[in-house]
Write a protein that binds this ligand. Structure first.
Ligand SMILES: [Zn+2]
Length: 402
């Protein structure tokens, strides 16, 4: 597998790096943040998402607890009622933040939980016990689902379990097994999904709208937009297949990990009132169907602020995440209208000056080629550039088609 650092960041995939890091920070803060990358085969969405495994910080859990009980806040059937002294007696251990995958062949028992055959067939001390499935075992971590549109189409039962796990933050899961008491535990895990809307059975929003709406952000994957970026990718591809990492690269990965951990410590950010009012107006004026959209924008803007290491949310944070939170929730025409309005207000200086930033905004939906980057303050790290290139690969095209 490619190393997180070896992956080329370009205009078409930069947003996914950004969203993945935002979600990872939120997960470490104990608040799930669900993201869905949509794009054609070969845009690297699953590679990027899986490579995040390499920068996952450790978490501390009660020793041996498959539900990843936080020693300070145990929640599983076995540990929830124990006293701090009893927990201290069991001890704790460090494990990497869980990153578990739900495959297409997965059965409901594997995903939710099933009877523990090892314990049942133990010759010295047979007992009937539950083995938690992928979702409860991903508590405090990430659940990855590739081709989520196919899963939603072929496995309605697993989809229902996902809907529960993503319905609230944290979510819930019920594990039922004949002959054993029902287990109902909370699960705080971020769901990361990928899909190709152009392949069977089509876009997730059309297969299972409710599940599509559970994702805080949808990230449309694009292609690199300059020859230089393509050359970069080609060079990367020939030089980097599974080679050993140098000591310097190892230490860079460690630094990234520490950086993410430090950013996750910042938990006291709040949305200023004028921005909350701005979102409320958006909701009313454009008749946005889902209140989840507003909640997603709020959470995403705060995470974006954290990632930029600022201590105040500003309008550019909202504008960066807005198209991603609305992509799957409003029509392309409405999204274009919203972004045009927001941008023209900014151009005319109608924005509240409290944010103190004097830059002008990119015109998302009236894109001119090779326009100079005016969005430096909000640009994703490294070589990545901002979202202004999105429409080229998604929104405008869809608008024309519709
Ligand atoms: Zn436990």
């Amino acid at each position: 597998m490619k190393n997180y650092l070896q992956l080329t960041r370009h205009t078409g995939n930069a947003t996914l790096f950004l969203a993945a890091e935002m979600s990872l920070i939120s997960t470490l803060q104990g608040l799930p943040f669900h993201i869905h990358a949509e794009g054609l085969r070969g845009t690297g969405k699953t590679t990027i998402m899986r490579s995040v495994k390499q920068i996952l910080p450790n978490i501390t859990r009660i020793k041996g607890c498959l539900y990843n009980c936080d020693p300070n806040n145990p929640h599983c059937p076995q540990h929830a009622k124990l006293t701090p002294e009893e927990i201290a007696e069991i001890g704790t251990e460090e494990i990497p933040t869980p990153f578990l995958e739900i495959s297409h062949s997965a059965k409901i028992g594997t995903v939710a939980g099933t009877i523990d055959l090892n314990k049942l067939t133990n010759p010295t001390q047979p007992e009937a016990a539950l083995l938690p499935g992928i979702i409860p075992q991903a508590h405090r971590g990430i659940i990855f689902v590739d081709e989520i549109n196919r899963l939603a189409d072929t496995s309605p039962e697993i989809t229902d379990v996902l809907l529960d796990a993503m319905g609230t933050k944290p979510g819930r899961i019920q594990i039922e097994e004949t002959g054993l008491p029902l287990v109902d535990v909370s699960v705080s895990a971020s769901v990361w999904a990928a899909s190709n809307p152009d392949e069977e059975p089509g876009p997730l929003a059309e297969i299972r709208r409710q599940l599509s709406d559970r994702f805080d952000l949808v990230i449309p994957m694009g292609r690199p937009s300059t020859p230089e970026e393509v050359v970069d990718i080609l060079k990367m591809d020939e030089s980097s297949d599974d080679r050993e990492l140098s000591a310097q690269e190892q230490s860079h990965l460690e630094q990234l990990k520490t950086n993410i951990e430090n950013i996750a410590q910042q938990r006291d950010l709040e949305m200023p009132d004028y921005l909350t009012n701005f979102l409320a107006n958006l909701y009313i004026n454009y008749n946005i169907e889902s209140l989840r959209a507003l909640e997603a924008i709020r959470q995403a803007a705060i995470l974006h602020t954290c990632l930029r290491k600022r201590n105040q949310v500003i309008i550019s944070d909202i504008i960066t995440v807005l198209p991603l939170a609305l992509y799957h929730r409003v029509s392309p025409a409405t999204l274009t209208e919203i972004m045009n309005t927001v941008n023209s207000n900014r151009m005319m200086g109608n924005d509240n000056k409290k944010n103190g930033s004097g830059f002008s905004l990119p015109r998302f939906f009236q894109q001119k080629q090779a326009e100079p980057q005016q969005f430096a303050e909000s640009a994703p790290p490294e070589k990545a550039r901002s979202l202004r290139d999105l429409p080229e690969n998604g929104l405008i095209k869809k608008e024309k088609e519709s």
